[in-house]
Design a protein around this ligand. Structure first.
Ligand code: SF4
Ligand code: SF4
Ligand code: SF4
Length: 893
């Protein structure tokens, strides 16, 4: 339809309000309570307009368009009405623009300016409120709150954290946290959504205070460097100080719609940390000395050449990084393959989702998340298994919570811990770690027995169903047996199977709780079986969705940072693929698949690997059995580490290269849903630090490689030339999901729509195997490890932000029953021991974990959980069993 606003004819739809259409057409109507995410407030009444044929003024934020509507936003009556309202609002608070952080970006200020209000006309005596500075990252100044309700709606319906509400009524109306607690002691998770939505300065970023006015800061769009969700961010930069002052979420992003979590919004102090590496370092007599790039590069190349000449190229291995861009990972794998001459390349994906890649490649033909984030709300049922989503992938958790609270979606959560997402679930099952295959086979047995499976889908699109069926309907998986094994009551098994099996569209989300087992690939293939059985592939809101842990772990895999594939998962031993790359790179390549990460460590222990080149990883802290890792690293002849900090791993290196952080780089990350997103350089690197690709190019040229990339764009062009799934994502296209075969293709939100990548979906008959290490009298508890919201990976980045350190410290989560049995009290320091080592840390006694199981976050070097974990590998993907090992807890005398 068309409507007329002030004589301008505007296109409109019947579900659009007058305000939305006016904004789209750049016609300003002052408004305060409306935000496109929180919807029409109709409360502040600032956005009044005249509609022809309507006797009174109407609020434009909640009146929908009708064909031929004639609207005036600029008549005297409209402006005077708006002016009275804004005047009253300004009169009823202690608004002092001179010192307010929001000055220059305040919607109330903008409205007052537009309406020509120089001074408030009225004097309303409101109650005085103390400023609430109890939160680590957010300041609350209730004296300038205009009670617009955007924060209330945002907290409850956007991020669905359900913390803020209105307290009191009438003139005393104010926002409150929980049951009127201070913000810092409430259940607020400090995601900052309310700050981003607040139109005035009532809620503001505490640590940005006094550090720059909005007009003094430059805004650069980039991608969060933490988890695999890939939230789009604006970095607000003080160019004169070369500093990030604040971070906000990009409202237009389809991934995060402006939402961020505490790490993405507030965990950026590491970028400007004084501890950043600034100069290349060479170790001499056990200590590092600073050196020039020339010396560091020529020394490194000399050592690489010596090792290669003496022991062969396969004595050198490389770890690329889930933290650097696609361009840099591509350059790294090209360096290892073309200049060193080995396929010994891997990275931390081996430790998180190699079992996903192996399992789904076998059953579907492609090892990535099948569906997109935007489709979450289309699911009738979502099953979360082995993922603490609100801690590790908070913005995806927000999308799921929205679907549950505001939509039709029902949630099932299966996890050994009662994770926060369980509070939103229709069914929660507390399972014993390591019993996934038995539990899933049991659920599938119930589904088949009750005929809730999708035979039409199975007949048309799958193979080997009968073989699979024979396995899952065997007596071993009868509910009464599996209930005993998994600790999940029989009735709950039936309820889960019924809810999931009968759903029109059901999706599965999982993470390392599924993958990090010696049966990781089996676990993944069992989930694939479940989705094949119920016909949930190829449709919006369905699919199998592994949540990737790091910002560019998907990209590092896509770029060929793996021992057996080049970019786009093209097999190194496929003669056509090899010939294509050899022609493009002008060198012959080895077709012998290289070593995986854990195999590299094993061969280094055996003396066959002599050198490691590590870019942006900290395996000493993130990999299992730390004591063993340290002893192996000591055996290596030559270690090169390229990083932004002197990590535990860098300390063991012979040469250290200082690298640029994500904020100092241009390039691309690929997020967990295969979306390729652009990073833009916002600030300069400290000292002599350089982007990783430039360091790699210097090494390559010193090796005689004759590389001539002038910029990231040159590398990107090579990637799109050589990688079919990326070939249509030309430089300048942002946010496209691969596969994207041509420049006019819009990308692929849902994989396997009409056919699976491998043709037919393959059922696998998977038998249950018990965990590699079982509990006994000496080690009676099961340890499982993972992440917490405030910290990330080995803490190298998040622990540079003081506020995050205040909020979360090392702890072992233990059930009330076990704590009572051991006579432990909350916060008491305890010793946790396994057959491999022991650590000391405080106990956190909680009802959120089941009896017999303990949980330790793996972020802390002072209490490294991986001193305790196992190196037992999944035979297919070589992922270690990080999620189950036997431990004991003892009091410290
Ligand atoms: S920071 Fe997030 S969780 Fe806390 S009150 Fe604001 S919106 Fe709610
Ligand atoms: S704190 Fe801000 S967003 Fe919340 S009601 Fe007050 S003015 Fe509105
Ligand atoms: S959810 Fe992940 S990507 Fe988004 S802000 Fe948080 S850490 Fe960053």
């Amino acid at each position: 339809m068309q409507i007329d606003i002030n004589g301008t004819i505007c296109d409109a739809f019947s579900d659009q309000t007058i305000l939305q259409v006016a904004r789209k057409n750049n016609i300003y109507i002052p408004s305060l309570c409306y935000h496109n995410k929180t919807g029409s407030g109709g409360k502040c009444r600032v956005c009044m307009v005249e509609v022809e044929g309507t006797p009174d003024l109407v609020t434009s934020c909640n009146v929908f368009c009708k064909e031929g509507m004639k609207i005036r936003t600029d008549t005297q009556m409209v402006l005077e009405a708006q002016k009275v309202v804004v005047d009253l609002i300004l009169s009823s608070g202690k608004h002092n623009c001179l010192t307010c952080e929001k000055n220059g970006d305040c919607e109330l200020q903008e409205a007052a300016y537009y309406l020509g209000i120089e001074n408030p006309s009225f004097h309303i005596d409101n109650d005085s409120y103390e400023k609430d500075n109890s939160s680590e990252f957010i300041s609350v100044n209730r004296e300038i709150c205009i009670a617009c309700g955007r924060c209330v709606r945002g907290c409850n319906y956007t991020v669905v954290n359900e913390v803020i509400d209105y307290g009191q009524r009438g003139f005393q109306t104010q926002i409150i946290f929980d049951n009127n607690k201070s913000m810092g002691t409430s259940s607020c998770v400090q995601c900052g959504e309310c700050v981003q939505l607040c139109p005035v300065g009532c809620l503001s970023d505490k640590n940005a205070k006094g550090k720059g006015r909005p007009w003094q800061l430059k805004k650069i769009e980039s991608v969060c460097t933490y988890c695999g969700v890939g939230c789009k961010i604006h970095l607000h930069i003080d160019e004169s100080k070369n500093k990030i002052i604040r971070i906000t979420g990009v409202e237009e992003s389809i991934v995060n719609k402006g939402m961020l979590c505490i790490k993405g919004r507030y965990g950026f102090d590491f970028v400007n940390s004084s501890e950043r590496l600034k100069t290349p370092l060479i170790k001499e007599n056990g200590t590092f000395r600073e050196t020039s790039w020339e010396e560091a590069i020529s020394f490194t190349v000399k050592r690489f050449k010596e090792i290669k000449n003496q022991y062969g190229a396969d004595a050198i291995s490389g770890l690329c990084s889930a933290k650097v861009t696609n361009e840099e990972n591509f350059a790294f794998m090209k360096f290892m393959r073309r200049e060193i001459g080995t396929n010994n390349i891997d990275h931390c994906a081996r430790l998180c989702h190699s079992s996903t890649v192996a399992g789904l490649a076998a059953t579907l033909g492609s090892g990535a998340m099948t569906n997109d984030i935007a489709g979450i709300k289309k699911a009738d049922v979502i099953l979360i298994i082995g993922s603490d989503t609100s801690e590790a992938h908070p913005v995806i958790a927000a999308h799921i919570k929205q679907a549950v609270r505001l939509g039709k979606t029902k949630l099932i959560v299966i996890d050994p811990k009662r994770v926060k997402m369980a509070d939103y679930a229709t069914i929660y099952a507390s399972m014993k770690p390591g019993t996934d295959v038995a539990l899933l086979n049991c659920l599938m047995q119930i589904i088949i027995t009750n005929n809730w499976h999708d035979m039409d889908f199975i007949n048309k699109r799958t193979e080997d169903f009968e073989l699979f069926k024979t396995e899952v309907i065997s007596d071993q998986y009868k509910p009464e047996r599996v209930s005993l094994l998994s600790n999940v009551p029989e009735a709950t098994l039936f309820e889960i199977a019924e809810l999931f099996g009968k759903a029109e569209t059901a999706s599965v989300f999982y993470a390392m709780g599924i993958t990090q087992h010696h049966t990781g690939t089996d676990n993944v293939m069992s989930l694939s079986n479940l989705q094949l059985l119920c016909g949930n592939f190829g449709k919006e809101g369905g699919g199998l969705n592994p949540l990737r842990g790091q910002s560019n772990v998907q990209g590092a895999c896509d770029m060929g940072g793996l021992p057996d594939v080049l970019s786009g998962y093209q097999k190194i031993n496929d003669s056509l693929v090899k010939a294509k790359f050899e022609k493009a790179w002008g060198r012959s390549l080895s077709e012998k698949p290289g070593l995986t990460l854990m195999e590299m460590i094993k061969q280094a222990d055996n003396g066959l690997i002599k050198s490691l080149y590590i870019m942006g990883e900290n395996p000493l802290l993130s990999d299992p059995d730390q004591n063993h890792m340290i002893s192996v690293f000591k055996k290596l002849d030559f270690i090169v580490v390229q990083d932004i900090f002197m990590t535990e791993t860098a300390q063991m290196a012979h040469v250290v290269f200082p690298a640029a952080s994500f904020a100092e780089k241009t390039g691309h990350f690929t997020n967990t849903e295969r979306r390729v997103q652009r990073l833009n350089k916002a600030i300069k690197s400290p000292g002599l630090a350089k982007p990783d690709w430039q360091i790699i190019q210097m090494l390559a040229n010193s090796m005689g490689g004759n590389w001539t990339y002038d910029s990231e764009k040159d590398i990107w062009e090579e990637i799109t030339e050589l990688t079919p799934s990326y070939s249509g994502i030309k430089w300048g296209r942002d946010g496209i999901q691969w596969p994207c075969p041509s420049p006019d293709h819009m990308g692929t939100p849902v994989l396997h729509k009409d056919r699976f990548t491998r043709g037919l979906g393959l059922f696998k008959a998977i038998g249950y195997k018990s965990p590699a290490e079982l509990t006994d009298d000496n080690y009676p508890l099961i340890l499982t490890t993972g992440r917490i919201l405030q910290h990330y990976h080995t803490g190298t980045l998040t622990r540079k932000t003081e506020g995050l350190n205040h909020l979360a410290k090392p702890m072992v989560m233990i059930s009330v029953d076990d704590a009572e049995n051991l006579s432990l009290s909350n916060s008491e320091i305890v010793k946790v021991s396994s057959r491999r080592g022991e650590i000391e840390l405080p106990a956190f006694v909680t009802r959120r974990i089941q009896k017999g199981v303990v949980f330790i976050p793996f972020h802390y070097h002072e209490a490294p959980a991986n001193k305790l974990t196992l190196t037992e590998l999944d035979p297919i993907s070589k992922i270690p069993e990080l999620k189950v090992c036997a431990v004991k807890i003892s009091k410290i005398k």
